[in-house]
Design a protein around this ligand. Structure first.
Ligand SMILES: Cc1cc2nc3c(=O)[nH]c(=O)nc-3n(C[C@H](O)[C@H](O)[C@H](O)COP(=O)(O)OP(=O)(O)OC[C@H]3O[C@@H](n4cnc5c(N)ncnc54)[C@H](O)[C@@H]3O)c2cc1C
Length: 414
């Protein structure tokens, strides 16, 4: 075989080699998932009792369960044993964890194969998000969700091939950490009212302003930034820009302390005459508000799927605890008011799950589900508060440490 000197290759040849390599990796991942599928199918066909939901699931197939199964192993081996340590430190090693998840294909399940994704539909992202809810804190799943379903959907859908090569591929592979810059000190829910400005000077934008509550903000390699790129109408004057975070003029002002989600770094970021090439705009200039609103749909559904598992776990652990804890000569669980409360919460969780699956089923068929996704997000945020309060009060001394990681969801992003 002739020896190829990498320096003799053209950029085109190198790009082709990189894509070929990615295709091999994706094939390997698929082979693994397929093997796992067979195991899951065998298990289901062996006929254990409450498997009806698995055999006849409204949106999941064997492949969804296989993905969940292999993610669950990573969570148990690589994440959960270290959660307490990272929560105390107020930071988790995003680059290390994202590389592990990226190498196993979990950072781009619904992203195109040619950019390193698995090329599956959004229901697989929902399945992954549900499984990530088994991480024993809220901060790390949220940070992963920002990378997979909050800061990258618009880039995958509307970005140029060059931008996708520079930002999407390394993000899906876990080589780069990204963040989403929408909220500002003076504008959160009212996205149209942001003031960060990107003024065109030649073939560059000069950016001034700042972003607030930026998840992954202290560790990110790039930001999906929403900025005003002209002085027109507020819904037509914004653009989404891929902004490398190592440019001169970007200052991380502080890491914000929060009541929960401690291991996730939440930053305040300032831009002082930051220069970025105009070609870094995602899609069409001036369409940023619309792209961001579309991006929020996936973010909302992802968030609901994630919190469902956490709420489920809190209720199940409360049931276990109250079953063995005795008060007035019988288990706490056998007191009717406690039993009824927990049954009611379980019912509400299942209702929310049905809404999530319906919205997801409609979304993957190409429908606009803004209303259903927003309803699900509203209900998810409220229910998380209810579950947290109920588990805290039913468990008394035990309840507080068990539910503290739900606390961050009382202020959920978007
Ligand atoms: C842990 C965490 C992580 C986050 N990560 C990110 C991130 O990565 N990137 C990012 O851009 N942002 C992020 N956010 C910000 C989050 O998206 C904002 O908190 C959200 O947009 C709300 O904005 P705000 O906090 O400025 O509240 P405001 O918009 O000021 O809202 C204040 C109050 O007004 C209410 N309100 C809003 N709209 C209406 C209305 N139409 N009528 C009546 N009342 C209304 C709200 O419910 C709220 O009670 C994060 C937040 C948290 C808590």
């Amino acid at each position: 075989m002739p020896v190829i000197n990498i320096d003799d290759l053209t950029d085109k040849d190198k790009a082709k080699m990189a894509v070929d390599q990615l295709k091999i990796e994706v094939k390997l991942e698929r082979a693994l998932v397929s093997k796992c599928c067979e195991e899951v199918r065998d298990y289901i066909q062996s006929g254990s009792e409450d498997d009806i939901l698995v055999k006849d699931h409204p949106i999941y197939t064997y492949e969804h369960f296989a993905l969940k199964e292999s993610l669950s192993k990573i969570i148990e081996q690589e994440i959960n044993p270290f959660v307490d340590q990272w929560e105390k430190a107020g930071l988790f090693p995003a680059h290390k964890i994202f590389k592990i998840l990226g190498s196993a294909g979990f950072l781009g399940v619904n992203k195109p194969i040619e950019y390193g994704g698995l090329g599956l539909d959004f229901s697989y992202s929902v399945a992954v998000s549900e499984e990530l809810g088994n991480i024993r804190c809220g901060g790390i799943p949220m940070a992963i969700g920002v990378q997979t379903d909050m800061a990258t959907p618009a880039l995958a859908r509307f970005g140029s091939p060059e931008l996708k090569k520079e930002f999407l591929i390394p993000t899906i592979l876990g080589d780069k950490v990204c963040c989403l810059g929408v909220s500002e000190v003076g504008a959160g829910s009212d996205v149209a009212n942001i003031v960060t400005k990107a003024v065109r000077k030649g073939d560059e934008f000069v950016i001034n302003g700042g972003k607030m509550w930026t998840t992954n903000g202290t560790q990110a390699d790039w930001m999906c930034l929403l900025a005003n790129t002209n002085d027109g109408m507020p819904h037509k004057n914004k653009s989404l820009i891929c902004l490398p975070m190592n440019l001169p003029g970007i200052h991380i002002a502080r890491k914000i302390d929060k009541m929960g989600m401690w291991s996730s770094d939440t930053a305040e970021v300032f831009f002082d005459d930051v220069r970025v090439p105009c070609k870094n705009v995602i899609g069409q200039e001036g369409m940023g508000f619309t792209y961001q609103m579309l991006q929020f749909q996936e973010e909302r559904l992802w968030g609901v799927a994630n919190i469902l598992t956490m709420m489920d776990n809190v209720v199940q652990e409360t049931i276990q605890y109250t079953r063995q804890r005795k008060i007035f000569k019988q288990p706490v669980l056998h007191h009717q008011s406690v039993h009824f409360r927990l049954a009611e919460l379980e019912t509400e969780i299942e209702l929310l799950r049905s809404l999530l699956y319906r919205a997801t089923a409609l979304y993957i068929k190409g429908n606009d589900v803004t209303k259903l996704a927003s309803m699900a997000k509203l209900k998810g945020g409220r229910l998380a508060r209810e579950v947290e309060t109920a588990a805290c009060s039913i468990g008394e001394g035990w309840g507080s440490p068990v539910t503290f990681w739900l606390a961050g969801f009382t202020g959920t992003p978007d």
